[in-house]
Design a protein around this ligand. Sequence first.
Ligand code: MG
Length: 262
Amino acid sequence: MVEIRGFLIDLDGTLYIGDRPVAGAKEFVTWLQDKNIPFLLLTNNSTRTPYQVRDKLQKMGIEVNPAKIYTSANALGDYIREYFPGKHGAFVIGEDGVKEELKLCGWEIVDSHLGAEFVVVGLDQHVDYRKLKEAVLAIQNGAKFIACNCDSGFPSPEGLLPGAGAIVNAITTVVGIEPVVLGKPNDCIIRYAVRRLGTELDKTAIVGDRLDTDILLGKKMGMITMLVLTGVVKSKEEISRINPDFVFKDVEDLWGNIFRLL
Ligand SMILES: [Mg+2]
């Protein structure tokens, strides 16, 4: 028996694949909400606001309160509230999730490197040369460099597309400075998410599809680790160096077995 007081649950590859929910996703999330078990749905993707993620889940028949969604843009908000409170100017390469969060923090989004104390980067599907130019000029002028995540690729039905990490690399190549990274595999997003849950790390389970991020990070932080075989890892045979505490076929399998664990 293990004592589990809360769950951090990855989205992509764990609750859904593209626009399709994974078997058991709806039942698991509904059950957690009905039982008032603390949980957050966690994603490195900073493009959407929690409300937009809620809408995406709703289209798949999964009803969830936006307050239960925690993105790397939310981690950005918690990070800057902790370390850089007050009003600051940021040049942003990113989408709604990042911009909304910065506004909630009272920051000003500036349109050029002039007046940019910070350069904040997340996945931006409209990135162009001008944005990269303003970002590198701002950093050369002393702006602090923050990235929501450094995921090199972004999975899509067409294949792997450039992720936030590809944009970060374009900037780093020029300025030779690495950003502060908030998303997985950095522990920042987990620390803030667990703080929001109000649970202890060793009594919180992290559920995810990636050994090199979800499970590695969970182990590093002393959490209970649960791998589902619906995303990156497809079979138990692929598990070698990093051993999760539990392996489930999918969240339906997890949910079906959770009663034994709780
Ligand atoms: Mg995933």
